[in-house]
Design a protein around this ligand. Sequence first.
Ligand code: 2M8
Length: 440
Amino acid sequence: MILRDAVRVLVTNWDGTYTVPSRRLYPHQWSWDSAFVAIGNARWSPRRARSELITLFGAQWSDGRVPHIVFNPEAPESSYFPGPAFWNVRAPSGVSTSGLVQPPVHALAVWLVHVADPNVEFLRRMYPRLVAQQVFLRTVRRSPEGLLSILHPWESGMDNSPAWDRPLAAVPLSLIGAQRRDLDDVSAEERPTDLDYRRYTALAAAYRETGYRRAGAFAVEDPLFNAAYGAAESALAKIAAAIGADPRPHHREAAALTAAMVDHLYDDGLFHSRDALTGSPLRSSSAAGLVPLILADLPRDVTNSLIGTALDRFEVKRGMLPSFAPLAPEFDPVRYWRGPSWINLTWLVWRGLRHRRSDLAELLADGMIRAVNRSGFREYFDPATLEGHGCHDFSWSAALILDVLAQHGQPPPIRQVRRELGLLAEESETEPDDMYIGLS
Ligand code: 2M8
């Protein structure tokens, strides 16, 4: 049973207060993974869902940034590259983290966890931290045109996307080779090249040398990252209303962001990145350009054109969204983020389509379920054959399937699954202590 298997993956990857994306390949806490995991866990253990997010925000920096990796002190340095010694930084709570961020999908996650299991106290606890996360981004990453920059491909979440080939080529190569661990678990054809890794390392080291303050050779306005920020403001408006705060500033911020994206990143049926250092467009066929479908106020003509592109260039009628358009020359169906389908990207676009084109949303939901039925909870899938690639038992693949099933009339039979997995105690446990240190 797919439901029980999904819960089993999440239980296996649970570390006591949060979930690792994969036991071997990614043995720490990752920022946007935890948001997706919380959305799925909310369907069977809202306590774990809340704990996941509280733990992540326990590592928030005093400037409001939520680091993209929170390191597990018990995992050895050699278990992941680049590990805590490379980043050489600690959050106010004392835990080692990276200095980068990832797409801010957390306010949406907090809201969805609340919808699945209403808990105003949790909203009150998370609201100031989510606001601080957004304030950090708009204070230090926003251009005069109102768009946010990412400073490393790892901040996009779609690390190896062909969309970064051009701006990444301008990054000087690191003299130090990367001590990669990823190839111990996944074959080299499915991962970034060594050359990519030398550039990733050089860029991260240069950012570290500025105290994680100043942009280096890579600064890009990415549609997925910006859309996540806009959707976060819409979620914050709902959270604010639920706790008696003023939702209007959040509505205004979401509308302004959407307008800036349409003015500067949209062209010909797709949103594209822009090089923030030169102002030039970085046209590509990345599926990041469809993610703005999650924005509430997207103009109708833009929405319709995006749907046309999804059907035509991204062939979504096949059921899964490829991460890069299949007819584009750079497309590769098995290499990480250069074409394979991912459950989180497909889920985001599925959410954007549910109230606009429910027929297409159904096709994507069926596609995600078929993919995991055929290949298990793999990290990514060949969009044509649904063959699985990357690591096995990948957390967000399991989590988001639970959400899809619940929304498609198959809410998990929670007590039965818990009983089968020996997890009946779940119901009575309480959330972890608040590790939060306070914002300056
Ligand atoms: C991948 O990224 C990490 C670096 O952050 C890596 O390759 O080591 C990406 O797929 C990213 O989106 C994801 O959050 C992370 C953990 O699943 O893995």
